[in-house]
Each structure stands twice: as C-alpha cells, then as structure tokens.
Design a protein around this ligand. Structure first.
Ligand SMILES: Cc1cc2nc3c(=O)[nH]c(=O)nc-3n(C[C@H](O)[C@H](O)[C@H](O)COP(=O)(O)OP(=O)(O)OC[C@H]3O[C@@H](n4cnc5c(N)ncnc54)[C@H](O)[C@@H]3O)c2cc1C
Length: 348
C-alpha cells in the first residue's frame, strides 16, 4: 500500500484547495510546491467578483461557486486563526452608454439581479455607480500560508521543484523520489505546458501586473472598479490591478504596466492623487481556451490527473472545482461536463 493516496504537484490556489478538499474527506495527501513570489496565486488581487467584465457576465454557477468559496475560506480561517476573506461589495463606476445598456438588461434578469444593486449615482436608465453584491477579497498569500500549515499538520508538505518527467506513474501508483501515492494530480498553473501527460490542454498564458501603494489622505472602504480595480487594504494601503497581456508573457513587471494601472487612479478616485508605490508585481494566469476550468484524469492513464485553467478567477471558482475533482477522485462522482478535460480528449 502507498503511504499517500494523492501526490499533488504545485501549491498555488489550485493545488492548495485540492489538498484541503481531499484532507477534509479523510485522504492522505502529499503536496510539493516551489513557492515562487511571481506565481499567479501570490500576485493575484484576490477579488471574488460574481459579475464582471465589459459585458457584466456571470462568473459561472454563482449559487454553487460562492458558498463553496466562502465556506472553504471561513473553515481555513477558523482552523488557522488568520483573517483571509473580507466579504464586501465592489463599487462599479459605469464606463458609458454600452455598459449602461448591459446594466439595464442584467438588472431585469433574475439570474443577475441578486448580484447587481440599484444605482448609487445616476439612474436605472443612466447609472453612474452601482454595487456588485455577493463577493469579496481574499488575501491569497495568507491563504496559501494557512493552507500549507494545514497540509504540513495533517499530510506531507515539501518545498521544491518536481520535474514531471521524474514522476513515475504505473499500475502501483505514482512515485516521485521517496514519495509514493496511489495517484498524482498536477496543479502547476501555466507551467502545465511542459507536463508530459497534460501539455495538450488548450491553455493560454496571460500576463497580469498589479501595483501596490499607499495613498495618504484616505481610500474608499470597498473595492472600486472601472476597467481595473482599486482594492483598499487598510492603513492607507491599496492594490491596483490588473493588466492583461497575451503577447509579452513573462513574470517581469514593466514600466508600461505600472503607468497603465496608475493612469486609472483619477477615474477611480475622482482626483489625481499623490501615491507612493510600494510594490509592483507580475504573474501569469493559466487561461483556458474556452473559459472553463480543466479538471479530470488522463484518458489513458487514470492515475495522472489535473486541476488547472482557473484563469482570472481562481479565488472565486477554485474551491468549487477543487471539491468537484476531489469527489470525482474519491467516489467517481461525475465532473461538471463543461470543466471535464474529457472535452479535449482527442488532443491527448
Ligand atoms: C495579476 C493577476 C491578478 C489576478 N487577480 C485575481 C483576482 O483578483 N481574483 C481571482 O480570483 N484571480 C485572480 N488572478 C488569477 C489567479 O491568480 C489564478 O486563477 C490562480 O492563481 C491560478 O492558480 P494555480 O494554482 O492554477 O496556478 P499558480 O498560481 O501558477 O500556482 C502554481 C504553483 O505550482 C508551482 N509549480 C508549478 N510547477 C511546479 C513543479 N514542477 N514543481 C513544484 N511546484 C510547481 C508554482 O511554483 C506555483 O506555486 C490574478 C492573476 C494575476 C496574474
């Protein structure tokens, strides 16, 4: 018998959430992660945004995504006595007639109405500002530390790089060095492109930059969005994100990215503020080609599995999909068809 049920490679949001979901169900987990400061999960602004984008779209099955996310983060808070999640509305500043049109249509739609508040400035016809309800902000770095603490207590946590070519998968299970498990689950973010079992998954790496700073003189109490989002972090500190770049895909913060983000501040705050920039970071999102996450097991090697493709919404959608994959691995529960990697089986 193997010493672990599951070996998880990668401890960003995907790997950490899956490890927690499996441990909660009583399984033996080993997690190996190379904690890089530029990983998407550490750079992320941590927003849980139910309705977003230019066209005000829903982030998926919200009635399932939000309870899974809030429940998971609250349980980790309770267990590790750390503050992780702030449930708070985002104030959205309307960008013009096109957005106003989407807003009117969405407000009349019962699937959207619980998440879109009435106008706080302007009118239903011509909104200038309105709240998006039901979401919040996760401190992703503190969450990753908390999750690592739980995995270290209840399972096995290793820091280091796994060369996926060195992971042996066969009838006896999966082995990497002395770590042996019945199955391996790869949660490597955009680096899955180099994985021998899963390089065929259609995933686009999308670079994003964030700027952090201090704004003497006060900040709004809740996140404010107008194309980018200003996230207040207490004590005059803020995070501003994010950019999207599909062309220059690396983890290096750029002058252009910083200027692009800071140029939004006057529109977000209604003034040209004097800010002190204290951090500037870049990371790479693992964006799936069809906007749905990627979970499941290899079509010909069921002991090699994957959780990836969390795109720009890992903090919101990660907990729900980690639970679905855990239930699939443990009980054979069917995966949500839109997220099941079986949809790309012919590429394997
Ligand atoms: C600028 C920016 C802002 C964002 N803002 C938000 C936001 O506000 N809200 C939101 O929900 N999402 C946001 N996201 C998206 C979110 O960060 C991602 O959806 C999520 O982090 C993806 O998590 P992941 O675990 O799949 O990948 P990653 O975060 O890349 O984690 C992968 C982990 O695996 C490790 N790893 C990889 N390969 C190996 C290996 N071979 N051996 C050992 N370890 C390995 C990596 O070092 C890393 O620790 C943002 C992303 C960016 C870049």
């Amino acid at each position: 018998m193997n010493e672990h049920d599951f070996l998880i490679v990668g401890g960003g949001l995907a790997g950490s959430l899956l490890a927690l979901a499996l441990l909660e169900r009583g399984w033996r987990v080993a997690l190996v992660d190379q904690p890089r400061p530029a990983s998407a999960s550490r750079v992320a602004a941590g927003l849980l945004t139910p309705i977003g984008g230019r066209r005000l779209t829903r982030a998926g099955p919200l009635e399932e995504l939000l309870p899974a996310a809030i429940g998971t983060y609250r349980r980790v808070e309770e267990r590790t006595r750390r503050a992780l999640l702030r449930e708070v509305d985002t104030l959205r500043l309307c960008r013009g007639p096109e957005e106003a049109g989407h807003y009117r249509r969405r407000r009349a739609d019962p699937d959207f109405r619980p998440y879109l508040g009435g106008p706080l400035a302007g009118s239903e016809e011509e909104p200038e500002a309105y709240p998006v309800h039901g979401g919040g902000v996760l401190d992703t770095e503190t969450f990753l530390e908390a999750a690592a603490e739980i995995v270290g207590d209840r399972g096995t946590l290793r820091r280091g790089v796994v060369d996926p070519e060195d992971v042996m998968v066969g009838p006896a299970g999966a082995a990497w060095g002395e770590l042996r498990a019945d199955r391996v689950v790869f949660c490597e973010g955009y680096r899955v492109r180099e994985n021998p079992w899963f390089h065929w998954l259609p995933l686009t790496p999308v670079k994003g930059e964030v700027v952090g700073g201090r704004l003497p003189g006060g900040l709004p109490e809740r996140p404010v969005n107008r194309k980018v989002t200003l996230v207040p972090r207490g004590d005059q500190a803020f995070l501003l994100g994010s950019t999207f770049d599909r062309h220059q895909v690396d983890e290096i913060p750029t002058h252009a990215g910083r200027e692009e983000l800071l140029a939004h501040l006057p529109a977000l705050l209604g003034e040209r503020p004097e800010v002190e920039v204290t951090e500037h970071r870049a990371g790479i999102r693992p964006a799936p080609a069809d906007h749905h996450p990627l979970l499941g097991c290899h079509p010909r090697e069921p002991r090699a599995c994957v959780l990836n493709g969390l795109g720009a919404r890992g903090a919101l959608i990660g907990p729900y999909y980690a639970e679905r994959l855990a239930e699939h691995l443990v009980d054979g529960a069917p995966l949500p068809p839109k997220a099941d990697i079986a949809r790309f089986r012919e590429r394997a």
